[in-house]
Design a protein. Structure first.
Length: 195
């Protein structure tokens, strides 16, 4: 764990080199609460795309990230080399445009099963994007955290459409204090085990 260690973008190049090493046994890396920025995550993604990378879980909570890093993260997720299964981007200002870029990374090669987007300044627009991704047969997501975003009732309605798709594999949805009453009444076909 390297969370809250005053790390910056410079540290990311070193970490990426370690991830690319065939000797690295690293499976779980928490870099949360460091000022890595978008350029730091871009450096990290080079390591994630290496055929030697074995990293399965990456924590990037509150790392001063914006939508600018989401395109390169999506590319890393699409890489057939990336073993990443758990990515937490919570408490970063990704916005709806960032989520749109991330969801493009949920391709057939993507192995990501858990995605944390708690407090990422998302609105109902993100719900439409996420719902489309959940309806895709390519989406491997099993666990999604959308807590403490301004999704609104209309956003919940949009998400419900994705949750009721036969292709949706999601089993757990973190939602904070959103009202799911209407969705749950209609959602006999949902696969969710935990809401």
């Amino acid at each position: 764990r390297l969370n809250s260690c005053d790390l910056t973008e410079k540290s990311c190049d070193i970490v990426a080199s370690a991830l690319q090493s065939s000797n690295s046994p690293l499976r779980d890396l928490d870099l949360s609460y460091n000022n890595l920025g978008d350029s730091g995550v871009e450096l990290l993604c080079a390591g994630l795309m290496s055929p030697n990378c074995k990293l399965q879980r990456l924590g990037l909570n509150n790392c001063e990230l914006t939508q600018k890093c989401c395109n390169i993260v999506a590319s890393a997720l699409q890489s057939s080399n990336s073993p990443l299964r758990d990515l937490d981007l919570s408490y970063n200002n990704l916005g709806d445009s960032g989520v749109e870029l991330l969801c493009a990374g949920l391709s057939p090669n993507c192995k990501l099963q858990r995605l944390g987007l708690n407090s990422c300044n998302l609105t109902e627009k993100s719900c439409d994007i996420v719902a489309s991704a959940l309806q895709s047969s390519n989406s491997p997501l099993r666990d999604l955290d959308l807590s403490y975003n301004n999704l609104g009732d209309s956003g919940v309605e949009l998400l419900c459409a994705g949750l009721m798709s036969p292709n949706c594999k999601l089993q757990k949805l973190g939602h904070g204090k959103m009202d799911w009453t209407l969705c749950c009444k209609r959602g006999k076909d949902m696969h969710l085990k935990r809401l």
